[in-house]
Design a protein around this ligand. Structure first.
Ligand code: ATP
Ligand code: MG
Ligand code: FE
Length: 356
């Protein structure tokens, strides 16, 4: 089975072909990602209108390259899968309409895929893990802990009540005059900083509620930054280091709670797994803390390669394969309207044999 995947929900224009042979391991035949980072950098964040236009300009060519790289033409794919939400609606329209046109012209099934389901199932593409497992999704737009029970079967255990974690990094960078995207630049600056200089809050730490919060931390960073004028490079590094240790600590507390919840729910699970996805997974301070937490709780920690953790179309093609394999015929995708909001726990579960 070969599926062409298309991803346009945010600021990456991406297309990919993923193959699964009977009884074999999945294979990524091509994985093309065009990032729009440079187009948005001047504005310090993603501008929806610019993103949508950039997708229109790039997508046709990206799909052609993905097929050429895979060494196949449209007659050799079994279905087209495209991100249909959640995300910026302009980009979603471009990707979904393009996918529908390709699927209709090639007489192939059309699958409307939830972007978060793509992130959630990636570890099965890369590491072949079994259900159930825990997913920590930390990106510019999402901060969630999800129990992945099966294809189309997700329980959201925690989400952010204000900013996403990547967004907190990006806003911190902006306040300190560091370039966009903020995450990597904050991490770089933090490496030369004193993490004990500022005692930033750890929002939600110890809370009985499972969720995340980062806006209080952002306010504390702003207060620290405006209290010093002018800010020296060392001040910036110290703020970054203090911020990074605070978010790592706050995140770890929430993840620990979830790991314990998983063990309570599945006390006899032979091999509990925590999977991480999203661009913030690139952060080494966060990664090593998660690794440490997992070891302490008897969990395996899986961090797929970074190019599959951040937005890409291979995860969308793979989600398409998973859904087809689970019995969802995929013809319903032709009627699907893009959804800017589409919580993962409302995704339809495939009903074997009915095609819907
Ligand atoms: P979505 O939320 O829809 O998946 P996105 O484009 O925001 O979309 P990603 O591309 O997965 O998500 O991740 C980008 C985010 O990851 C940005 O907020 C960026 O600052 C953050 N990020 C990248 N590298 C690092 C790092 N080393 N440390 C912390 N954050 C990072
Ligand atoms: Mg992105
Ligand atoms: Fe994403």
């Amino acid at each position: 089975m070969r599926v062409l995947g298309i991803e346009t929900s945010c600021d990456e224009t991406a297309a990919s072909v993923v193959a699964l042979r009977d009884g074999g391991k999945p294979e990524i035949l091509s994985n093309i990602v065009l990032s729009q980072i440079e187009e948005h950098a001047a504005f310090g964040g993603v501008v929806p209108e610019i993103a949508a236009r950039a997708h229109v300009e790039a997508l046709d060519g990206i799909v052609e390259v993905a097929l050429a790289d895979a060494g196949i033409d449209l007659s050799q794919i079994d279905a087209v899968a495209a991100t249909a939400g959640p995300g910026l609606v302009g980009g979603l329209i471009v990707g979904l309409m393009t996918a529908k046109a390709i699927a209709a012209a090639a007489h192939k099934p059309m699958l409307a895929v939830n972007h978060l389901e793509g992130h959630a199932l990636t570890a099965r593409l890369t590491d072949g893990i079994d259900f159930p497992y825990l997913l920590l999704l930390v990106s510019g737009g999402h901060t969630q802990i999800v129990l992945v029970r099966g294809v189309g079967n997700y329980e959201r255990w925690a989400t952010t009540i204000d900013d996403a974690l990547g967004e907190a990094f990006d806003k911190t960078a902006k306040m300190l005059g560091l370039p966009y995207p903020g995450g990597p630049n904050v991490e770089k600056a933090a490496a030369a900083g004193d993490a004990t200089r500022f005692a930033f809050p750890r929002p939600m730490k110890g809370s009985a509620q499972p969720d995340f919060s980062f806006s209080g931390l952002k306010t504390a960073v702003r207060q620290a930054a405006t209290a010093i004028s002018p800010l020296s490079d060392q001040d910036v590094s110290d703020i970054c280091a203090s911020f990074q240790i605070a978010v790592t600590d706050a995140l770890a507390d929430r993840v620990k709670r979830a790991l314990e919840g998983f063990l309570q729910r599945f006390p006899t699970h032979p091999k509990p797994v925590l999977v991480v996805a999203g661009g913030v997974a690139a952060n080494r301070s966060i990664g090593s803390k998660l690794q440490e937490l997992c070891s302490a709780h008897g969990f395996a920690f899986i961090a797929p390669p970074l190019n599959l953790c951040t937005d890409n179309a291979a995860m969308i093609a793979w989600a398409g394969i998973e859904r087809l394999r689970a019995g969802l015929a995929g013809d319903d995708g032709f009627d699907f309207v893009p959804r800017s909001r589409w919580p993962l726990d409302t995704v339809s579960a495939p009903v074997i044999g009915s095609g819907r």
